[in-house]
Design a protein. Structure first.
Length: 153
């Protein structure tokens, strides 16, 4: 799947529905060699993943990378926490914003930019139930409009 900024390996579809995405960040990932090979094969899921600050670092939790079959005897835990590589001013901004009520850091997609594995993170604020209903209503209205245009043409 090709989207702007590289080869997308995994995409978090629920993020746009569950959260208001306010600001996006591109970050690197600290991975082992076998994890990178598995990532290139597309064996990753970020559906249940989230990021959190610990000290002056950002870590991603719940990102599942299946172990690489042909690797060595050392196979890291598929859902271990992984370090996110950001600039210090970006880390401080995220730490400051997530300390406010309602903000969290959500992974949007994992992709390769050149030979480097990257993750797109978003500073997000959770939606209430009525916001989600409004999103559904807007999507259905847009579908109806698209159907009407397709039938005319």
């Amino acid at each position: 799947m090709k989207r702007g900024g590289g080869n997308t390996v995994s995409y978090n579809r629920k993020a746009g529905f569950e959260y208001f995405l306010e600001e996006k960040f591109e970050a690197g990932l600290a991975l082992t060699g076998a994890e990178v090979k598995s990532l290139r094969a597309g064996n990753v899921s970020i559906a249940d993943a989230y990021a959190r600050a610990e000290g002056n670092e950002i870590w991603i939790f719940g990102m599942h990378i299946n172990p690489w079959n042909s690797g060595s005897a050392f196979k890291p835990d598929p859902i271990r926490k992984r370090k996110v590589l950001l600039k210090s001013h970006e880390i401080q901004r995220l730490i400051g914003k997530t300390s406010e009520k309602g903000y969290s850091i959500v992974p949007l997609r994992v992709y390769f930019k050149g030979r480097w594995a990257k993750i797109e993170l978003a500073l997000a604020k959770g939606k209430k139930l009525y916001d989600k209903r409004d999103s559904i209503r807007k999507k259905e209205a847009q579908r109806e409009i698209d159907r009407a245009f397709r039938q005319k043409a």
